[in-house]
Design a binder for this molecule. Structure first.
Ligand code: UDP
Length: 324
């Protein structure tokens, strides 16, 4: 099976390329290298069966040509990272909505199955915890730049699911909750690599607000296993949406404490008001927890990498000479 991974040089994409190659797939990574990096693909590109194409997903002709010879597409390419999103909502909407249109329209030509990466961000301010796939999505005002990401991703879901129903394109949507592991960059937000880098360098860990906001962190290894399982299930799961994440909830202040302990750091914890942490256009989400019963039932999804192991992997990556 030949798989095209858009965003294949990114954090999740590169781990997926590795896992697909391990399983004997041929893989091509398409990436514009805006936030992704060829360093992430060093191992993959040294193996037979792996190719790389540099390109923008909005370049319809290039995407159509790239897609001609594939059995499936995993569409991960997107503008990501809260800092980028808050600073450039137009680019976020343009890449994440128009880029996805371009990918699914190209896939439609030969009805190539597409696994679409959406996000837990679409649950936004929903107060129903945990969030289930059929719950209403609930994001904030268009005057707040942060919501451009959720809005574009929600549009991607509507668009691809409509093409599934009305044009017969095989589509599965995954809503990825906070995914963490080695290779994730802390440059554009992303609390785990940021706080771990601070702990490793002995500087204060910047916890935003009072740290009582919470997230659920899932290993990228568990996430790629779920994506691989779904890739084999277009026959019976096309048209479905799945939450993929780890339901164990953790306050950010407790995460910071755990990172200090795991790295044996002497760093202190510094509480930074949201207003100084982010530019205008930011609004915090206080809780985000996935209900994963649907994925459990469909693909026996069970996150099994403990947070301690994830934090050790992130710290090892940051300490390694390859870390930029
Ligand atoms: N956060 C923090 N310090 C940082 C970066 C992030 O306290 O240096 C907080 C942020 O306010 C949020 C959580 O960590 O509550 C997760 O942030 P991230 O950007 O990783 O993901 P998202 O908000 O999209 O879940």
């Amino acid at each position: 099976m030949r798989v095209l991974v858009t965003g294949g040089a990114g954090f999740i994409g590169s781990h997926l390329c590795d896992a697909l190659l391990d399983a004997g797939y041929e893989v091509t990574a398409l990436d514009d290298l805006s936030t992704g990096s060829l360093v992430n693909l060093t191992g993959a590109l040294a193996r037979p069966g792996c190719r790389f194409i540099q390109g923008d997903i909005r370049d319809t002709l290039r995407v159509e040509r790239a897609l001609e010879t594939f059995d499936a597409v995993v569409h991960l390419a997107a503008r990501i990272g809260l800092r980028i999103i808050v600073e450039s909502p137009f680019d976020t909407l343009d890449v994440n909505a128009r880029g996805t249109e371009s990918v699914v329209q190209a896939a439609l030509k030969k009805k190539t199955p597409v696994l679409i990466a959406s996000t837990s961000e679409v649950y936004g301010h929903s107060t129903k915890i945990p969030s289930s796939e059929n719950d209403p999505i609930c994001f904030g005002s268009p005057t707040i730049g942060r919501w451009s990401y959720a809005c574009a991703k929600a549009y991607d879901e509507f668009y691809s699911l409509a093409l599934q129903r009305e044009r017969g394109l095989p589509v599965v949507v995954v809503r990825l909750f906070n995914t963490v592991g080695a290779r994730q960059s802390g440059r554009y937000g992303m609390v785990v690599p940021r706080l771990t880098a601070q702990a490793v360098s002995g500087t204060p860990l910047t916890v935003y607000g009072d740290g009582t906001q919470s997230r659920c962190f899932c290993s990228v290894r568990d996430v790629t296993a779920a994506l691989m399982a779904l890739l084999l299930r277009f026959d019976d799961l096309s048209g479905e949406v799945f939450n993929i994440g780890n339901p164990v909830e953790l306050k950010i202040v407790d995460l910071a404490q755990k990172i200090v302990e795991r790295t044996a750091s002497k760093s202190t914890i510094e509480f930074v008001p949201f207003a100084s942490a982010y530019p205008a256009g930011f609004e915090e989400i206080m809780r985000r927890v996935p209900d994963i019963s649907k994925a459990r039932q469909a693909i026996s999804f069970e996150p099994n990498v403990p947070l301690e192991e994830i934090l050790d992997e992130v710290a090892a990556g940051i300490r390694s000479p390859a870390h930029r």
